[in-house]
Every structure is written in C-alpha cells, then in structure tokens.
Design a protein around this ligand. Structure first.
Ligand SMILES: NC(=O)c1ccc[n+]([C@@H]2O[C@H](COP(=O)([O-])OP(=O)(O)OC[C@H]3O[C@@H](n4cnc5c(N)ncnc54)[C@H](OP(=O)(O)O)[C@@H]3O)[C@@H](O)[C@H]2O)c1
Length: 329
C-alpha cells in the first residue's frame, strides 16, 4: 500500500527524531519504513503554516495521505509569558490550517501534538487523558495551552461531523539531538547542557537555577518518535494518548545535572541558585493507557539518552540552535 506521510515541523527536535528512527530502524520492522511509504519532513521555509494559502500549496505539492503535525511555536517559560498573544494566535492559525486542509484534501489519518503543559493548573495528579479540559491552564502559558487544547476539541468536531480520523498525542518533557539549546529560551535539559558546556570551556561557575529538587518525567525524542510511528499505524481513536515514561521514572533536576556533568566530563563544581523559582515540585503523568495498548516497549535509560544527546550537541555545536542565529518572535 502506498502512503505519503507528511511531518509538519519536520526540522525540529521531534521531527528530526522521527526522521532518524524511520531511516535507521530495519525496513519493514515495527518502527522502520514500510514498503510503499514515503516520508516528507517539512520546515517552515517550505510553507508558513500560519498562512492558509501556503498550507494549501504544501499539501498540493506532496498530496499526503497521512500527517504527523508537529509544527508549532514552542518556547520556554520566559518566551511563553512574554508573547502570550503570539503563542495563542500563531498556534491557533497553524492548527486550524493543518486540520482544515487535511480535511479538505482527504488525509486519511492526522496526528497532532499536544503537551502535558497544557493541563489545568489545579488538577489531581497523576495526569491522564481525561483531565485536559478540567480547569484553566497555568497563567504563564495560557496562550500556548488554549491553542493546543483546541486541537482536541477540533479533532472531536471533525470526527463527529465528517468522520475524520484525527487524533493527538500528549508528550511530557522531550529532549534529544536537534533540541533548542538557546539559553534565552531553552527547556531545562538543553539549557543545563549548554551552561555546563560553557562552564567547562570558559572555566566559569556552573550555576543551576532552583534547589534541584523538583521531579520531572523526561522522554527521549527517539523513543517518542517510535511512539508516533506506532500511533500512526496502530491507533485509530480520536482520544489522545499520553506519551511518557512511567511515574516511577521521574528524575530530579539534581539527577539531571549530575548526569550532564558525567556525560560532559565536567570536572568542576556546580551550585544551586536557590533564589530562583523551582516551579511545581512534581506533576506526574500516567502512561497506563499507552502501555496497555502498545504492549512491549523499552524506553531508553535516561543516562544513555543523555549521553547520546551530549554527543550530538558536541559534534554539532556550530550548527545547533544555540542562540547564534536567533529569530525574533
Ligand atoms: N520540546 C518539548 O519538550 C515538547 C513537549 C511536549 C510537546 N511538544 C510539542 O512537540 C511538537 C514539536 O516540538 P519540538 O520541540 O520538536 O519543536 P521545535 O524543535 O522548536 O520545532 C518546531 C518545528 O515547527 C516548525 N514551525 C514553527 N513555526 C512554523 C510555521 N509557522 N510554519 C511551519 N512550520 C513551523 C519549525 O520549522 P523551522 O525549523 O523551519 O523553524 C520546526 O520544524 C510541538 O507541537 C510541541 O508543542 C514539545
């Protein structure tokens, strides 16, 4: 059977991980390329998905039968707080254009990407797939969160009105090769990794914001990639699925820092700046639904995944997103 799979946001952290897995897993295997499949990994330069005409042109060019929709305006806390209207509007436009064009062009399956940070601020833990809409998101990222939540609403609307096969995935914190390492804007792992690198290179202090105590679930981008590929082939339901390691695999920011120090072979000391806010102590998400459906799946051990990320960062420092060629929002 021939299939054209268009991955929007194909040049980002998650998109590049899917590309890696599709190209390196044995052909015909569970996560490898299947006969007759063609994969396209689109960047914003091929079409700005905030624009309906450019979205239409991208779909006319490739005629996708399947879409994994990852493209989004993504950012850390600071950027989310500063540009709420832009996060709301850009992501709303991108999602509306991709979903509606998929509908108009008869895409047979569309998976969009949400995030556990779109969940309500006040919610009972662990997070599960039934709790997305049970309260307002944290005010720091309400633009991004509302735009993302609307994808789940739209998926249900398209299914009810047109029978569309649209669904979504909800990853926890992702890290891996091709991440955004720009210190102005990076998530915690790429930010600490870049800081440690600079301390090692320049002999300057390595200072970690907060107490190091908060716990988080991190998913390696190449594991997440496999889960998207599985979802594309084996999951046909509108309800989202959380993509996460288990609740017993939370790691503290101190454990993350120690693993980075080891992987970087950083010989100096590091300190915690306890005047910096910690954020929530933990916000565990349940992966029970995922495990009940996927069967046997091995997550990469955290330290191994971090080692691979550090290796990629060191080998690609000159071209990685480190802030050198920063685009303004
Ligand atoms: N990173 C995380 O921890 C995390 C956690 C949960 C969920 N997610 C979700 O996972 C998805 C992928 O995130 P990521 O971390 O891979 O992001 P990323 O590395 O920042 O990549 C973003 C991708 O979106 C594309 N893009 C941005 N604006 C676009 C536009 N207007 N038109 C077309 N393409 C556009 C970018 O293209 P260019 O390269 O051309 O700019 C890039 O390919 C997102 O939906 C995000 O919300 C991420």
């Amino acid at each position: 059977m021939s299939a054209l799979i268009l991955v929007t946001g194909g040049t980002g952290l998650v998109g590049q991980a899917i590309k890696y897995v599709i190209e390196t897993e044995p052909e015909g295997s569970r996560f490898g390329k299947k006969p007759g499949e063609k994969w396209i990994f689109a960047s914003s330069s091929e079409g700005d998905l905030r624009d309906a005409e450019q979205t239409k042109k991208l779909f006319e060019k490739y005629k996708p039968t399947h879409v994994i929709h990852l493209a989004a305006l993504v950012g850390g806390l600071f950027k989310n707080m500063k540009y709420k209207a832009t996060f709301l509007r850009d992501n709303t436009l991108i999602n509306d254009n991709v979903l509606h064009t998929s509908h108009l062009t008869g895409v047979t399956k569309l998976i969009s990407c949400l995030s556990t940070c779109v969940y309500p601020d006040k919610v009972e833990y662990p997070l599960d797939e039934t709790k997305i809409h049970l309260g307002l998101p944290h005010e720091s990222n309400f633009g991004y969160a509302h735009a993302k939540r609307m994808v789940d609403i739209a998926n249900h609307a398209y299914k009810d009105q047109f029978g569309s096969n649209f669904t979504s995935a909800i990853p926890t914190n992702v890290f891996g090769p091709h991440d955004n390492f720009d210190l102005e804007d990076a998530h915690v792992i790429p930010a600490l990794l870049h800081k440690c690198y600079l301390s090692k290179k320049n002999g300057t202090p390595f200072i970690v914001g907060g107490t190091g105590k908060p716990l988080r679930q991190f998913i390696y981008s190449r594991d997440l990639a496999k889960l998207f590929i599985w979802q594309l082939r084996e999951y046909d339901d509108v309800e989202p699925i959380i993509f996460s390691v288990g609740e017993d695999e939370e790691v503290s920011i101190k454990q993350v820092t120690d693993a980075i120090v080891k992987a970087m072979d950083f010989k100096g000391e590091y300190t915690f700046d306890t005047t910096k806010a910690d954020g929530q102590f933990r916000k565990p998400a349940s992966n029970k639904k995922l495990l009940s459906l996927i069967g046997d799946f091995q997550f990469t051990p955290f330290e191994k995944a971090l080692d691979e990320t550090v290796k990629w960062f060191l080998e690609n420092y000159d071209t990685a997103r480190t802030g050198k060629n920063r685009k303004t929002t």
